[in-house]
Design a protein around this ligand. Structure first.
Ligand SMILES: Nc1ncnc2c1ncn2[C@@H]1O[C@H](COP(=O)(O)OP(=O)(O)OP(=O)(O)O)[C@@H](O)[C@H]1O
Ligand SMILES: O=P(O)(O)OC[C@H]1O[C@H](OP(=O)(O)OP(=O)(O)O)[C@H](O)[C@@H]1O
Length: 302
């Protein structure tokens, strides 16, 4: 691609592979950012906006954005802290995916039951900055100094194998479902950090003329995030049970209430969190709601 083709375009960094990749592509599609990635090229032009997408390793995105090489990016909150870029990037929006926790893990049934018991021993991780800061605190609480301090060793992957290989007494690694941890015979004894994917921009943007476009993209992505998070709940209820029902579905702003042709009955429509939908429907049935329906949102602006 001719470098001039990028002139004046907003550069938007997307993880090139890994856990965040597919969800990022879905998010771009939901925000109607149209592109074709030829031959897995790492830079591609957006067809319907003056934007170029740059596909980068998730771990490099904080520094590219923080140093102003690209204008916007998506990566994990954990990755930003691990890159020590929290002062140079602004987290504009949490994206509701890539949710997991960075946890301290030790062998199940082994002698170590707490981080205090692990302190001073060997810890293997891919997150040496975050794990280092976490154990620095524990070490100073326990007054461990010099050779008695916790030994943090970096490995690039397969961290969960470190204990059974005899490299480590404990590890610090990401946990989502817990399957990897359990399969390796480990269990968590502490959480260092909860994380999810975030949309970021430079705290000191280099290209002021991109501000309106960043605003537009942010608003579209916020719409996609909300559409993934909420559903519309609609039901019929008799007026004397209305306040009990709307206490269950207060809506984001307020419920919409429409009269029905049947006397003393109304229809209620409210946005509710998708993850609470089943429980909310159970509660609505208990207060006498009928014809309860849940509608997914394709997209929204809220
Ligand atoms: N199991 C998981 N569930 C949810 N999100 C995860 C999970 N594992 C990682 N993430 C998120 O995705 C980010 C990138 O992780 P991933 O393992 O995909 O890295 P990667 O860039 O593919 O690196 P590599 O494949 O070289 O290890 C993590 O920092 C975290 O924010
Ligand atoms: O709790 P779980 O749902 O099992 O997920 C946790 C695993 O996911 C991540 O690794 P990933 O599978 O992305 O591969 P990696 O080890 O190559 O980073 C992480 O490093 C854990 O190993």
């Amino acid at each position: 691609m001719n470098v001039d083709a990028l002139d004046g375009r907003l550069l938007f960094a997307i993880p090139k592979k890994g856990r965040l990749y597919e969800k990022c592509i879905d998010m771009l599609s939901g925000a109607d950012i149209q592109f074709r990635r030829h031959n897995r090229l790492d830079v591609c032009l957006v067809m319907n906006h003056p934007i170029a997408l740059v596909f980068l390793p998730a771990s490099d995105i904080p520094s590219f954005v923080g140093n102003g090489n690209v204008d916007l990016g998506i990566t994990g909150h954990d990755v930003i802290l691990e890159a020590n870029m929290q002062d140079k990037v602004t987290e504009i929006q949490r994206l509701g995916f890539g949710k997991c926790a960075l946890q301290v893990q030790v062998p199940e049934g082994g002698p170590i039951k707490s981080v205090q018991e692990l302190a001073g021993k060997r810890v293997v991780t891919s997150f040496e900055v975050l794990a280092g800061a976490y154990f620095d605190n524990i070490d100073s609480e326990m007054q461990l100094t010099g050779d008695n301090k916790t030994k943090i060793q970096y490995v690039g992957g397969s961290v969960e194998a470190a204990c059974s290989l005899g490299l480590a007494d404990g590890i610090v690694d990401l946990v989502e479902s817990g399957d990897t941890m359990r399969a390796a015979g480990l269990h968590a004894i502490a959480t260092v950090l909860d994380t999810e994917a975030v949309l970021i921009k430079s705290s000191v943007p280099k290209h002021a003329h991109h501000t309106p476009l960043i605003g537009l993209i942010t608003s579209r992505i916020a719409g996609v995030v909300a559409a993934n998070r909420y559903v519309v709940c609609q039901y019929n209820i008799s007026r004397n049970q209305l306040s009990a029902a709307t206490n269950i579905t207060p809506g984001r702003r307020a419920p919409t209430i429409s009269p029905l042709e049947e006397e003393n009955w109304v229809a209620v429509s409210s946005m509710i969190e998708k993850k609470a939908a089943a429980t909310i429907m159970d509660e609505l049935v208990k207060v006498g709601a009928k014809d309860i329906m849940i509608f997914n949102l394709d997209n929204c602006r809220v």
